[in-house]
Structure formats: C-alpha cells, structure tokens
Design a protein around this ligand. Structure first.
Ligand code: NDP
Ligand code: 2IT
Length: 449
C-alpha cells in the first residue's frame, strides 16, 4: 500500500491533490487488498493510478479587443472498464493536470457506485470565465471543441459540466461538436431541455446531496426538517442543495463564493434564493450583493491565506460543502464539531482535507464523502444518456424518482460495505470499498488491457 503511494509521488511529485485522492481510497480499501493477493500480481493498483489516456491541447481564441489568447485544454480518460468515460469539464484558472487526475480518479469510483454503466474521466481548461463576455466564452468553447471532438463520442467519452461549465458552455460546446461531426448524439450531458437535455439534471447534484443526507439522518431516527444548514458556494450545486433543503423545511443560513460568505440568520427562503439564482446565473455577480438586497444578512470576506474559513464557524446542525476541493481544513472541521454540527454531506469533490475528515470520523459525525453524496449529478447524466439513446424524454417526476432511488441505493451500498468491513456507518470506507470492488472486478474480467 505504502509502496504504491511512493510510486505515485515519485512519478508525479507535483500532483498534490491526486496524491490526496489516491491515498484516501487506498487507505480505505487496505483490508480488501490484503484479502486479495492476486491484485499485486495483476498490478491492479498501478493500473488504477495510470489514466488510460491523457489528452493535452492548445486552445487559442480571440478576445473582444481582438487580442489572441492561449489556454490549455485537457481530457483525462481514466478508466473505461464499466462504460464510456464520463465526467465533467472544469473551466477555472487553477486547473492543472494533477487536479483533473484527482477528479477523474474520484469519478471512476463514484460512477461505479451509481450502478449505471459509466467509466470515469474529467477534463477542462485553465480558462477563467469570470468577467468574459458571452462572445468570448463562445469563441473559447468553440476552439476547445475543435480539438476535443476527435476524442469524444456517445459511446466513447461523454463530458458534462463542473466548476465554470454550465448550460451556457454546454450549449456552445455541443453546437460546435454537431457542426464538425454533422451528427446529433448524446455526446455531452447537461444539455438544455429543448435539445436533448434531461429534466432534473441541473438540480441533480444538489438534490442528490440532500437525499443522501436524509438517508444518513434516518439511521439516527432524525429528519432534515427544522435543521439549520450551512451551505458553501453559490453555483449550481449550492443553489439546488439550498432549494431542496428549503423545500424539506430546513433553514439555510449561508452561501459563499471565493471572495466571501453571507450569513442570513432568518434563513434564505424561496424568494431570496430566486434572487441568488438571477444574481449568479444571469448577472454573474458576486454573493456580496446579497446584503445590499437583504440588509439583515451579514457579509464576511474570505481571506484565502487565513488558517480558517469564517463560513464554517457559524452555528448549525448540518453542513453542505458545495464549492471546491479542500475548502474545509482541520481547523474548520474542529469549528464545525465545536458548534455541534452533526452531519456533513459533500456536494463538492474532496472538499475536506484528510485531517479534517479524521476529525469528523473521530467525532461520530454523519459524514457523506463526495463520491457518494454528490453522485446524483452524474447519475442523472447517466439517465440523460439513456433518454438520448432511446429518443425519449422522461417527466420531472420520473427522473426525480429515479434519482432518489439511486441515492438511497448508494447509501445502502456504502452502509453495507462499511458494516461488512467492520466499520458500520463509516461511509468513507463503505464508498471506497464498494466502488473499488466493482471497478477492480470488471478490470480482472477484462484481462490485462
Ligand atoms: P459552479 O461553477 O456552478 O460554482 C462553483 C462555486 O464554488 C462558486 O460559488 C465559486 O465561487 C465557488 N468556488 C469555486 N472555486 C473556488 C475556490 N477555489 N475557493 C472558493 N470558492 C470557490 O460549480 P458547481 O456548483 O458545479 O461545482 C461545485 C463543486 O461541486 C465542485 O467541487 C464540483 O467538482 C462539484 N460537483 C459538481 C457537479 C455538477 O453536476 N455540477 C457534480 C458533482 C460534483 P466563485 O464564483 O467566486 O469562483
Ligand atoms: O463531479 C461530477 O460528478 C460532475 N461534475 C458531473 C459529471 C457528469 O458527467 O455529469
């Protein structure tokens, strides 16, 4: 086990987030590895950490001033043993190969947990959509697809959204793909409902994270109703996490972006959330503006170099990190525990540092790790693929019913695996073991490829 981590670190010493993701999974599955000496002989771990393919490309485009800009594009095709590569595209200046490898690695096990036939991949660019005009975003997306198109396909690799990639970007990407290929297929998910998208896909990650939380609460005979909830982020996942929480009678008191957080003691209601959606999705403004509209709320800037984030120091019962990786460090986790937060459902991918996770587990927090709790998004992407293949559109109720069922199933799968391996209720261990077993068994069936 230690050997494989050393091997990964020596091979790619600068991929810190990838090392973190690999270390977490392999630590959890240690008992499975010990029981199966054939894995070593088949070099299963070495194969899991090596992407099947990495595509890295130049993305040149022209900005509104007529200046040529050059970004870097990526697609990490990690593992296809249970289906076509599937996973989002992230457009954010922090994007690099190590971050995309961590996301692709997580995606492989997450997708296995959904029970749908999807392998794992992730891609994106260091392009920053913030402050860019629609025209600039369109020209960037078109240039990005001018290279990506030759590597993807509805049976090969099906990208979707992630940070910085929503309905607008998927539209521009799809338009260019269709023009180049002269075919209308389900090559991307997260499409608009008018042209091949699935109802509930925009809502799915946030709703799913709340459904997972509801399942965790049931194990202690608790309900989400009347619970005070701390939500981070104010993008796709945060908005629909808040929407479902409000619908189920919980009180959402925070939202954030990378500049700061707002705290609304009275609770963010449906009307206030509608304001946030317009602010973020249409005006593309900052969360700070919330307090101009609702002066009873408080805004606190987030200092990126401070050793804690004020967002995680508000009073609450449940926390829903829904922004980005490593947004909760050990100090933040301790603040949450000190404030008696007893549930954490990770809408974001790997939002908690390893020492933060240890604090949650040591304090018996109901802790839903990202690869289980946020699997609702990719699950409905899988349902979008099914609808595209069968040229049918399911109703909102039908998709939501399936999403809920999938999340309940993932919860049960994690609980069963955690129990079987002697750590009942440790969803981290459960998710990693169940996902790992499914992927590894498929790899063994398919030989050394
Ligand atoms: P969006 O781009 O819609 O929103 C991202 C939000 O997180 C914004 O509020 C953004 O603030 C904030 N954020 C981004 N980067 C940072 C940072 N470095 N520090 C602090 N805040 C930051 O993305 P999504 O809502 O789609 O994604 C959020 C998380 O959920 C990510 O971890 C993603 O991987 C994960 N996820 C998304 C799924 C989906 O279906 N979209 C599915 C499963 C997981 P700002 O505007 O200031 O950048
Ligand atoms: O991290 C994720 O699961 C996503 N960004 C969604 C991937 C997808 O293919 O819908």
């Amino acid at each position: 086990m230690l050997d494989i981590l050393t091997y990964v670190k020596e091979k790619d010493p600068n991929e810190r987030e990838f090392h973190q993701a690999v270390s977490e999974v392999f630590e959890s599955v240690k008992p499975v590895i010990d029981q199966n000496p054939e894995y070593a002989q088949l070099k299963i771990l070495e194969r899991l950490v090596e992407p099947e393919r990495v595509i890295l490309f130049r993305v040149p485009w022209v900005d509104d001033r007529g200046e040529v800009q050059v970004n870097r594009g990526y697609r990490v095709e990690m593992n296809s043993c249970i289906g076509p590569y599937k996973g989002g595209l992230r457009f954010h200046p922090s994007v690099n190969l190590g971050i995309l490898k961590f996301l692709a690695f997580e995606q492989v096990f997450k997708n296995a947990l959904t029970t749908l036939p999807m392998g794992g991949g992730k891609g994106g660019s260091d392009f920053d959509p913030k402050g860019k005009s629609d025209g600039e975003v369109m020209r960037f997306c078109q240039s990005f697809m001018l290279e990506l198109f030759r590597h993807i396909g509805h049976n090969t690799d099906v990208p979707a959204g992630d940070i910085g990639v929503g309905a607008r970007e998927i539209g521009f990407l799809f338009g260019m793909y269709k023009k180049i290929r002269n075919e209308f297929t389900g090559v991307l998910t997260g499409k608009s409902i008018n042209w091949g998208g699935s109802l509930i896909r925009p809502e799915a990650t946030g709703y799913g994270s709340v459904y997972f939380a509801v399942e965790m609460l049931k194990t202690r005979n608790l309900s989400i109703k009347d619970k005070t909830c701390i939500v981070s982020g104010s993008g796709n996942v945060a908005q629909f996490t808040a929407e479902k929480l409000i619908e189920l009678g919980a009180k959402v008191v925070t939202l954030s972006d990378s500049s700061g957080c707002i705290y609304d003691e009275k609770g963010i209601d449906v009307q206030k959330l509608a304001y946030v959606k317009t602010l973020k999705n249409i005006r593309r403004g900052r969360i700070k503006e919330y307090v101009d509209k609702y002066p009873e709320a408080v805004y606190t800037p987030i200092d990126p170099i401070a050793d804690f984030n004020p967002l995680w120091n508000y009073q609450g019962d449940c926390a829903f990190p829904s922004a980005t990786q490593n947004e909760i460090n050990a100090k933040d986790a301790q603040n949450l525990v000190n404030n008696k937060v007893f549930l954490v459902s990770e809408g974001a991918n790997m939002p908690t540092t390893p020492d933060g996770v240890d604090i949650f587990l040591d304090n018996d927090i109901l802790y839903g790790p990202g690869k289980a709790a946020n699997a609702g998004g990719v699950s409905v992407s899988g349902l979008e693929m099914s609808q595209n293949s069968s040229r049918l559109n399911w109703t909102r109720e039908e998709v939501d019913r399936r999403l809920k069922l999938i999340m309940e199933n993932i919860h049960k799968t994690c609980m069963d695996a955690s129990t079987e391996y002697g750590a009942p209720g440790n969803y981290l261990k459960g998710a990693n073991i169940a996902g790992f077993l499914k992927v590894v068994n498929a790899m063994i069936d398919q030989g050394v490829v």
